[in-house]
Design a binder for this molecule. Structure first.
Ligand SMILES: Nc1ncnc2c1ncn2[C@@H]1O[C@H](COP(=O)(O)OP(=O)(O)OP(=O)(O)O)[C@@H](O)[C@H]1O
Ligand SMILES: [Mg+2]
Length: 502
C-alpha cells in the first residue's frame, strides 16, 4: 500500500497561541522524513493532528489521495498511523502485553474474558526482536525509560503501522539504546514503512532521514532532500536568521579558590576514589560514555545517593551525607538528567513552577507570607532570559508548554536559587539550538558572578565550546583532566573509551 501523505493548510490555535499557521507539505511513501524546528514551533501539535490526538481548526490531510481525518488515536491506528510520543504515555500499572493490546484485547473463546495466554505468547518473538528481554506479562513500571520506549515501538510494530511517527525518541534513551533504535529504524525503512522523525539533534536527522521539513512559528520554512541541506542551513531555517556562533564567548576566567572539593569519593561497583574540585568562576565539564558513573556521581554530590567513603565539601565546609536539603541550603542546585523525576507541577502556573525551590527565599520573615509579586517578577525575568515561549507565564500551566519549553522551566527553577554551585546533567537535551545558546550564556553569566558549574554532557562539542576544563570518566573512575588548551575531540573520546582501547 502506498502512503503518500499530504498536509494542506493545517491550522491550530490554543487560546490565543497560534501553534500551526497554515502548514502544507507532502511525504512520499517509504521515505524517512525529519521534522525539525525550535521549541514551540508546532512539531508535536502537527503530529498530534496526524495521530488523531487533536483535531485541526482548519485545513485537511490525505493519505494516498483519500481524505484522512482521524478523530482519535484508535482511528489513526486503524488507518496504519502509529505515534511514539515525546512524553511516553503507557499505562505503567499494566503489563507490556496489555499496553500493546490496549485497543484490541483478544477474547477467550468468544467469552468476554481476555485471553492472556494468547496475548503473551504472540508477543514473545516481537519483544525479542527488539532486544527487550522481558516476559510480556511484566508490569511497565519495572522498565527503564528507554525500555518503555521500546514497548511503544513494539506497539507500533504490532499494529503493523505503515506510517510511524517518532517524536524526539532519543531524549530518554541511553547511547546504546539510541544505537539500537537506529538499527530498528533502518529495518523499518527497509520494510518499506514511512517514518516521521522529530529531533533537536540535527546530526541524527542528517544521518537517518531522506527529507527534511523545517517548521518555524507554525509555518513550513524549509523542505528539502537531506542530501542537499547542511546543518547550518537547517539551523538558519529554524531560527530565521543566519546562524552565527553556537557558543557565547566566555566573559571571565576561573580563579583559584575551590567551591566544591571532592576527595576519594567511592561507592563499590559504581565509582572509585574520585578526586576533583570546581573553582570559583569555573565551568567544569564532565565527559564520559553511558555507564561511566557520571550521573551516579552527581547524585552522590547532591545527597540523593549514598557513598561508602570519601568527602565532599562546599566552600571548605564538609557536606553531611544523604541530605539534598543541606546541599540546597549551602547553595547547590541540580538539574537532573531525568526530566520526569524533576517534578514539574503540570497543572500549576509556569512562574510558580520556576519559584518552587526558591519559595523559602520569598517568605517575609515571621509571618509565613510569600511575597508572590516579587517572586513572580523574578520568575518572569528568568523566563525571559531563557526565551521561554509562552503566552502568559503567570496563568498558563506548565502542561501547555512544548516539551523543550518545559525543560527550560526546570532549568529556570534552579537558576532562580542563584546557586553557588550548579550541577547540570545533560541540560540541553531536547532543547533547540537557540535555547542551548541561552543555557550556555547563563552558565557563563553565573561563572562571571563567581559561581561554579559542573556540566555533565554526552555531547563533546558543547563541552569543548563552553567548559574551562573537562574531566573524563570511564567505568566509575576519573581517568583524565583536560585543560582548555588541550581540548580535542579525538583525545577526549580516546580517554572515555580507555578500557575499550586498552
Ligand atoms: N494544550 C495546549 N494549550 C496551550 N498551548 C499549547 C498546547 N499545546 C501546545 N501549545 C502551544 O503550541 C505551540 C506549539 O507547541 P508544540 O508542542 O507543537 O511545539 P514543538 O515544536 O513540539 O516544540 P518542542 O521542540 O519543545 O517539543 C507552543 O507555543 C505551545 O506552547
Ligand atoms: Mg514537541
Amino acid at each position: 500500500m502506498g502512503t503518500k501523505l499530504k498536509f494542506n493548510n493545517i491550522r491550530k490555535h490554543f487560546f490565543g497561541v497560534t501553534a500551526l499557521d497554515g502548514v502544507s507539505f507532502e511525504i512520499e511513501e517509504k521515505h524517512t522524513v525529519g521534522l525539525i524546528g525550535e521549541n514551540g514551533a508546532g512539531k508535536s501539535t502537527l503530529m498530534n493532528i496526524l495521530g488523531g490526538v487533536l483535531l485541526p481548526d482548519d485545513g485537511d490531510m490525505s493519505l494516498d489521495g483519500e481524505a484522512y481525518l482521524p478523530s482519535n488515536p484508535r482511528d489513526a491506528a486503524r488507518m496504519g498511523v502509529a505515534f511514539i510520543h515525546q512524553e511516553l504515555n503507557l499505562f505503567t500499572n499494566l503489563s507490556i502485553a496489555e499496553n500493546i493490546y490496549i485497543n484490541s484485547f483478544p477474547n477467550l473463546n468468544k467469552t468476554p474474558l481476555i485471553d492472556k495466554k494468547k496475548m503473551n505468547d504472540s508477543l514473545k518473538s516481537l519483544l525479542k526482536s527488539l532486544d527487550l528481554n522481558y516476559s510480556p506479562s511484566t508490569t511497565v513500571e519495572n522498565l527503564a525509560p528507554g525500555e518503555r520506549q521500546l514497548v511503544e515501538i513494539a506497539k507500533a510494530l504490532h499494529s503493523d503501522a505503515y506510517l510511524i511517527i517518532f517524536d524526539e525518541p532519543t531524549t530518554s534513551l541511553t547511547a546504546r539504546e539510541t544505537e539500537k533504535l537506529f538499527t530498528i529504524l533502518k529495518q523499518l525503512r527497509s520494510e518499506g514503512r514511512t517514518i516521521i522523525y522529530i529531533s533537536h539533534i540535527l546530526s541524527e536527522v542528517k544521518h537517518i532521514t531522506d527529507n527534511v521539513i523545517v517548521l518555524r512559528d507554525g509555518k513550513v520554512t524549509g523542505s528539502s532532500e537531506t542530501g542537499s541541506i547542511e546543518i547550518p542551513e537547517m539551523i538558519s531555517r529554524m531560527v530565521g536568521r543566519e546562524s552565527d556562533n553556537l557558543f557565547p564567548e566566555r566573559s571571565s576566567k576561573p580563579n583559584n579558590s575551590p567551591i566544591l572539593e571532592v576527595k576519594g569519593l567511592s561507592q563499590p561497583g559504581i565509582i572509585g576514589e574520585v578526586d576533583f574540585s570546581v573553582h570559583e568562576g569555573e565551568v567544569l565539564g564532565v565527559f564520559g560514555l553511558m555507564g561511566s558513573g557520571r550521573t551516579e556521581m552527581a547524585r552522590m554530590l547532591f545527597g540523593v545517593d549514598s557513598y561508602r567513603s570519601g568527602s565532599i565539601s562546599i566552600d571548605g565546609n564538609p557536606l553531611p551525607r544523604n541530605s539534598p536539603r543541606s546541599c540546597i541550603e549551602r547553595g547547590m542546585a541540580f538539574v537532573t538528567e531525568d526530566r520526569r523525576e524533576e517534578g514539574l507541577l503540570m497543572n500549576v502556573a509556569i512562574t510558580e513552577n520556576i519559584g518552587l525551590v526558591s519559595l523559602p527565599d520569598y517568605c517575609r520573615n515571621l509571618v509565613k507570607w510569600v511575597d508572590a509579586k516579587r517572586m513572580n517578577e523574578e520568575a518572569g525575568i528568568i523566563g525571559d532570559s531563557l526565551k521561554l515561549k509562552a503566552s502568559d507565564i503567570r496563568r498558563q500551566p506548565a502542561m501547555s508548554l512544548s516539551g523543550g519549553n518545559q525543560q527550560k522551566v526546570v532549568i529556570g527553577k534552579w537558576l532562580m536559587k542563584k546557586p553557588r554551585l550548579l550541577i547540570m546533567d545533560e541540560p540541553t537535551r531536547g532543547i533547540d539550538v537557540g535555547a542551548k545558546y541561552e543555557v550556555y550564556s547563563i552558565m557563563d553569566r553565573l561563572a562571571a558572578e563567581n559561581s561554579g558549574i559542573l556540566f555533565i554532557s554526552s555531547e563533546i562539542e558543547e563541552l569543548i565550546g563552553i567548559a574551562d576544563r573537562i574531566v573524563v570518566m570511564s567505568q566509575g573512575e576519573l581517568v583524565k583532566v583536560f585543560e582548555k588548551k588541550d581540548f580535542d575531540v579525538t583525545a577526549l573520546m580516546a580517554a572515555a573509551f580507555r578500557e575499550a582501547v586498552a
